[in-house]
Design a binder for this molecule. Structure first.
Ligand code: TYM
Length: 334
């Protein structure tokens, strides 16, 4: 089984990225040939400063490793180190209907927010499809917000295969030039809420970051939205980002005890007020992420080593890409 996924180097990573994606990357690297990359070409859509883009690429690489991606086991690389991806992006684009891209949510959301989208944003799902299809990927672990892109990728792989492989059977999905992948999402963590209850996202400014300072993290956690229920009253569980976040950060066994307290209510605000539950979340955050945060700081102090690891990963990734791009070039007549 070949597993592939990527994370954009467009800013600070947050716990939604971890629970929705990177934790799965770590689990799946034990189950097959895993390829994980830093989507630094995608990041150019929002980072328009070369020095900052370079820095964020290294930060994202350090984050992967600190959180448990093992470069000896998984192929860890930078998207831009594999030029074949840009070639496949173009070739795929020649068979993709404009309407598919006009309907893609990443593009529609931007329009809805009144932004004037660039071509880069419009073509973003095509580059993502090229990322996936270039490596003959079987399984792509992603959060819910990326599912639509996966569905498009599956459609386009079929379309390309029907175009270039005589007698291609779309039902069986085998025997194509491009392998048709499958998405993998875990229901419990497919969409981690942010501090305001919307999906956690840099764009909404509602994140709990993975690698901020202790002070920043405390501030973020203390600002999770709550209602006006008093400590003595049982707390509602619907539309409560604090409750959802506790459920995500703690194991089911640990959460069971927190949940009981949440529902029972009690006179003492020190144990049953929202402030107390926020403190519990902060403690859970530190217990979960402090080892990775320490490791992250160490990795960022040895950039030469990070660079070496990325170049080693790029070599391996290019070897996976070579037969696929050569098949594609042959079929389309290049
Ligand atoms: P990106 O960088 O926005 O997010 C990286 C991963 O984190 C997941 N994620 C979340 N999961 C649960 N709850 C949340 N609140 C949350 N926020 C983010 C995302 O679903 C994603 O899995 N286009 C991609 C990067 C990419 C890619 C690819 C992924 C480029 N090429 C090929 C897979 C395969 C992106 O922008 O993800």
């Amino acid at each position: 089984m070949r597993i592939l996924s990527g994370v954009q180097s467009s800013g600070r990573l947050h716990i939604g990225n971890y629970y929705g994606a990177i934790r799965e990357f770590v689990r799946l690297q034990e189950e097959g040939e895993a390829l994980y990359f830093i989507a630094n070409l995608h990041a150019l859509n929002s980072v328009r400063d070369g020095a900052r883009a370079r820095e964020l690429t290294l930060e994202t690489a350090a984050a992967f490793i600190a959180l448990g991606v093992d470069p000896a086991r998984a192929t860890l690389f930078r998207q831009s180190d594999i030029p074949e991806v840009a070639e496949l992006y173009w070739i795929l684009g020649t068979v993709i209907p404009m309407a598919d891209l006009q309907n893609a949510h990443s593009y529609k959301d931007k329009l809805a927010h009144g932004a004037a989208p660039d071509f880069g944003l419009f073509g973003y799902p095509v580059l993502m499809a090229a990322d996936i299809l270039l490596y003959d990927s079987d399984v792509v672990p992603v959060g819910r917000d990326q599912r639509q892109h996966l569905e498009l990728t599956i459609d386009w792989a079929g379309k390309f295969n029907r175009q270039y492989v005589p007698g291609y059977d779309s039902q069986k999905r085998t025997g194509g030039l491009l392998k048709v992948p499958a998405a993998r999402t875990r229901d419990e963590t497919a969409s981690v809420p942010g501090r305001d209850g919307q999906k956690m996202s840099k764009t909404y400014n509602n994140t709990i970051d993975l690698f901020g300072t202790d002070k920043e993290i405390e501030k973020q956690i203390k600002s999770v939205k709550t209602d006006s229920t008093t400590p003595d009253a049982p707390k509602p569980t619907a539309d409560q980002p604090l409750y959802e976040l506790l459920k995500v950060v703690f194991s089911p066994e640990e959460f069971a005890a927190i949940d009981a307290k949440w529902r029972e209510g009690g006179g003492d605000p020190k144990t049953h007020g929202y402030g107390a539950f926020k403190q519990t979340l902060l403690d859970g955050y530190h217990a979960t992420f402090d080892p990775a945060r320490k490791r992250y700081a160490e990795l960022m102090n040895d950039r030469a080593e990070l660079e070496r690891l990325l170049q080693q990963g790029a070599q391996k990734a290019r070897a996976y890409a070579a037969p696929v791009i050569s098949r594609v070039r042959g079929a389309v007549g290049l």
